[in-house]
Design a protein around this ligand. Sequence first.
Ligand code: PLP
Length: 400
Amino acid sequence: MIPYGKQYISLEDLKVVTETLQSDFLTQGPKIKEFEDNFAKYVGAKYAVALANGTAALHLCTLALGVKERDKVITTPITFAASANCVRYCGGEVVFGDINPETYLLDIDSVKALLESAPKGTYKGLIPVDFAGRAINLEEYRKLAHEYGLWIIEDACHAPGGYFIDSMGKQQHCGNGNFADLAIFSFHPVKHIASGEGGMITTNDEQLYKKLLMLRTHGITRDENLFQNSIDFAIGQQPTANLETPNSNYPAWYMEMQILGYNYRLTDFQAALGNSQLQRADQGIQRRREIAAKYAEAFTNKSFIKGQSGVVEGHAYHLYVIEVEDRLGLYNFLRTQNIFSQIHYIPCHLMPYYRSLGWQEGDRQASETYYKHCISLPMYPTLIEEEQDYVITKIFSYFE
Ligand SMILES: *Cc1c(COP(=O)(O)O)cnc(C)c1O
């Protein structure tokens, strides 16, 4: 059986997870910071915050940026629902842009059209997605964000290790924090780095970083520079006026819950697994790019392929998408051949939940047309050459 995506657990992964399980810390131990530091370095950001999953990461981003009732935020319909839902968690309103049919990414012109059609200040933020692993040009989005006073959350779940080339010809890695305020990643098994469940936020903004750390753990801080209650209160005694030496330190047990937070922590053994997988991330991407190149070559000039991901510099190839006329036929045929392709995505604005909020068919033409034809082929580092040949042969045999 050949799935569209699959994790790989090495002997080294097993070793570090076992070691962590036998250590003093199953959670809230040293593996978290180690994973965060290595991940921040990997994407080129200053700070990283490990979380229970990518959805929790998105939720904390919208909380940290202060999304509130009726705030309008723009994202793409061709994404996993969580990219949009995080706005709803805070009571905000999701406004879907449309995709560029060539790149499958949020089309900046559709975003401009939305921004221009409303008074400045109507929209609060943007959530562009590095869909399929293709890095969206955030330099352009930052200009727009600057002009309209918007924040940016980059949903980089598909693209750790991906990059785009900026206007100076420099590589800008997904999640490096140079253009987006916050970026999020997921370590679900189908993603590049697997930790079971897991997520990460990266940023270069120290204030947001500190806030995220608090939100991750119930809104609690143990940093005495931030304490709001008095030392006397913390100690549990009368005011110090009548003491010879006033108390000048908070007791070691003392902490404060200052904002309404959550428990969105990752465990230490998950962090150990994620960190171990991170060590192989570059090899994984290299292999994904080889697989993509082989698909691209095989499908060049094939009239039954209407579009494909192709070979794109900096693409992290979480998915390899092609568009075909008879998508249902191909999908069902491949299943009979034990090839389990997948569809990414059913347009988010047409999910019954978003329909109930007023969205309807015809609202986002490019995304809806794309959905009728798209199909994601097997793409993961341990897909061997013979398996990929088999997939390609079966696709040809269906159409020819
Ligand atoms: C996987 C994914 C998420 C959510 O991540 P989880 O870890 O599954 O919660 C969000 N956005 C995109 C684009 C994803 O692919």
